[in-house]
Design a protein around this ligand. Structure first.
Ligand SMILES: [Zn+2]
Length: 127
């Protein structure tokens, strides 16, 4: 009996074939953990800090680029299934926010949403 005999079948759950990395641009929903993906992610944090006029979306105290973290208003989901790294909705309204690391940690898994120019907790589960 040979380990790799005629009847041996490749395990279909083995790791998938390598794919060419998809190009990263401002429309990329989930920035990949590649140099270009990380660069785009940081660019978006900077853009959010700028549009928030250098204040944290939750505590409204000054926020500098180096302190800013990316907050995902819909959560990142288990395994990143619902992760959305975009910073604008299709209609151009703001999505996601830049927060102090401590504010991001304090809000924990509470969902926030831009509402009337403020980043506020979402009361219901409805969108
Ligand atoms: Zn803050």
């Amino acid at each position: 009996m040979h380990m790799l005999g005629k009847n041996h079948r490749m395990n279909t759950f083995s790791k998938p074939a390598k794919r060419k990395p998809e190009p990263v641009d401002s429309t990329t929903v989930v920035c990949p953990p590649t140099p270009t993906g990380r660069r785009e992610y940081l660019r978006r944090i900077i853009e959010m800090v700028d549009r928030q006029q250098n204040v944290c979306a939750i505590c409204e105290l000054p926020l500098i680029y180096l302190e800013a973290t990316f907050d995902h208003e819909a959560g990142r989901g288990m395994g990143g299934g619902h992760r959305n790294d975009l910073i604008e909705h299709e209609d151009g309204s703001w999505m996601n926010a830049a927060l102090h690391a401590r504010c991001n940690a304090l809000k924990s898994s509470v969902r926030y949403k831009w509402t009337g120019g403020k980043y506020l907790p979402v009361k219901s589960r409805n969108k």
